[in-house]
Ligand binder design. Structure first.
Ligand code: GDG
Length: 507
């Protein structure tokens, strides 16, 4: 916004393009999760609660100009019973059509809890220790065929139906690693290249070609053939895109690639490969940060922490977030600089994640033990160095982000990491961000953060020390820079740059 509250030229130019394009076309988004959660209340009425996630927000405000449908998996009985309909996005009356695909529970379980997580997620975050795991056996193949392939087919069928039901050209935007097979299945089903433009955005890292070699050739080929049916394939970073091209060159013999132009040709179809770093909804985040609810949590945290310096992390209980090494770094910090005892508090706010998967259950135990170890080694009667809060509470997480002196983001691998973008926008103390070099966020935020190797616990402890003693001027200069960069490229810019690319490439 300009000072007078009007949209800047760039924003309004982009908004015009979005409206112009989307007025002529219909928009179909397909993602594993819906933009809302449905719950049946005591009277038996269905209540909609908007889920987080930037894409929904990017659409809000445009929704009045756009004929948009969101296709997702039904997860609960309420989803299954409801099937499809119009869903409110905000109080201003913007709506979106939501349509569920209805996999059988067993199929969904295999697609989600065996193949998507952990097999693909672990592969793409370099977390398999292949001397021991994964082991692909009959059950995995069954999960592939009857889970992953089957659910992807359901998505392709639902999208095809939606495309056919519209007289206008459709822009189909697929999201993430659960839906890698959909593009090829959809093309097969439609039997024509006309009538729709197909994009896919991969939210998680795309590792090197050699990492993909741990998958059996059939699975790998199906994934790559799937993605090579897309018109515009988006990744979080340039490196992810280059890794994808290299993976096709290595593992898809009939593909032709061009690195300079970011293109892959396969079976008479060309795919453009580009990076679109995802971001956050800055105005919505600021609005929440100003709320009374967040203010109350802020008071609670301040009461508990007093005038201690605060190191904060906010994550899902997810091995790729590297929470255990974060605690080990705190341990190392207190060994190296005992003067911090009683002066610094590490606050970890953790959201339980994927508790159906064994690796995640074990990781929660492991990280609690690691926190306990630091407290047992360094704690004093009035002071516990590490506090862990486990539970889902977004407003409380935002309150913690307002108060950090140091924000620790030390993921082993991370597509982007939105916490690294939320922190500098809401923080009130010119806090310092410690950022893993293996996050997508590094591509944009490197110059305002202290960058570390996530494996190096010693360097992480030294980075914490450097951040804790940094001069007020330096803190302010870095914090301002980060905030400026994040506010400039928020979620609307992410959405818009994809539409601009589609327009520019005439897709
Ligand atoms: C994947 C990729 C990529 C925090 N506490 C709660 C809560 N949060 C919010 C955070 C943040 C979001 O959840 C987590 O986003 P991340 O980007 O950190 O991580 P992933 O969940 O792994 O997301 C990632 C992202 O997709 C987008 O493309 O950046 O690399 O792995 O906004 O503040 N949300 C809720 N309750 C909480 O208690 N609902």
């Amino acid at each position: 916004m300009n000072d007078d509250g009007s949209l800047s030229d760039l924003e309004s130019g982009c908004r015009d393009l979005q409206i112009e394009l989307l007025k002529k076309w219909v928009l179909i988004i397909a993602a594993n999760r819906a933009p809302v959660t449905l719950q049946t209340d005591e009277e038996g009425e269905i209540k909609f609660q908007r889920s987080g996630g930037g894409l929904v927000t990017a659409l809000t405000g445009l929704a009045q100009h756009v004929d948009a449908t969101w296709i997702a998996s039904a997860v609960t009985d309420t989803d299954r019973a409801w099937k499809e309909g119009t869903v409110p996005l905000n109080e201003e009356g913007d709506t979106i059509q939501v349509r569920f695909v209805l996999p059988k529970e067993a199929a969904y379980d295999m697609y989600y809890n065996v193949i998507s997580n952990p097999l693909l997620w672990f592969l793409q975050h370099n977390m398999w220790n292949i001397a021991r795991a994964p082991t692909i056996n009959r059950d995995t193949w069954k999960a592939w065929e009857e889970g992953y392939v089957a659910v992807n087919q359901l998505f392709a069928n639902a999208i095809a139906k939606q495309v056919r039901s519209s007289k206008r050209h459709a822009l189909v935007m697929l999201q993430d690693y659960q839906l890698y097979l959909v593009p090829a299945l959809l093309r097969k089903k439609m039997r024509t290249r006309k009538g729709f433009t197909l994009t896919h955005f991969v939210h998680i890292p795309w590792p090197g070609a050699e990492d993909w070699s741990i998958l059996p050739p059939t699975m790998r080929r199906q994934i790559l053939e799937g993605l090579c049916a897309v018109d515009l394939l988006g990744f979080q970073t340039r490196d992810d895109g280059l890794n994808f091209i290299r993976t096709c060159e290595t593992h898809l013999p009939r593909a032709h690639v061009n690195y300079r132009h970011g293109r892959v040709w396969f079976k008479n179809h060309s795919t453009y490969v580009r990076d679109f770093p995802i971001s956050i909804d800055v105005p919505a985040l600021k609005h929440l940060a100003e709320s009374e609810e967040v203010a109350n949590y802020r008071e609670q945290i301040l009461d508990a922490v007093g005038d201690l310096q605060l190191i904060v992390r906010i994550d899902r209980t997810e091995p790729s977030k590297n929470i255990v090494r974060g605690f080990q770094a705190m341990d190392e910090l207190l060994d190296l600089y005992p003067e911090y005892k009683g002066k610094v508090q590490f606050l970890a706010m953790l959201v339980p994640s994927r508790m159906e998967v064994e690796e995640y259950q074990n990781y929660l135990d492991e990280l609690m033990a690691a926190a306990g170890r630091v407290n047992a080694r360094h704690g004093e009667s009035e002071w516990e160095p590490v506090r862990v809060m486990v539970g889902e509470n977004y407003p409380r997480a935002i309150a913690a982000l307002q108060l950090y002196d140091v924000l620790l983001v030390n993921s082993i691998a991370d597509g982007m990491n939105l916490v690294a973008k939320e922190g500098p926008v809401v923080n009130r103390k010119h806090g310092v961000v410690i950022l893993s070099e293996r996050t997508g966020a590094r591509q944009q935020l490197e110059s305002g953060a202290i960058v570390i190797s996530p494996i190096d616990v010693y360097a992480t402890a030294e980075a914490m020390h450097q951040a804790l003693i940094m001069s007020a001027e330096q803190r302010e200069e870095r914090a301002r820079r980060l905030k400026w960069m994040i506010e400039r490229d928020d979620i609307s810019a992410w959405f818009c740059s994809q539409l601009e690319k589609i327009d520019e490439l005439n897709l």
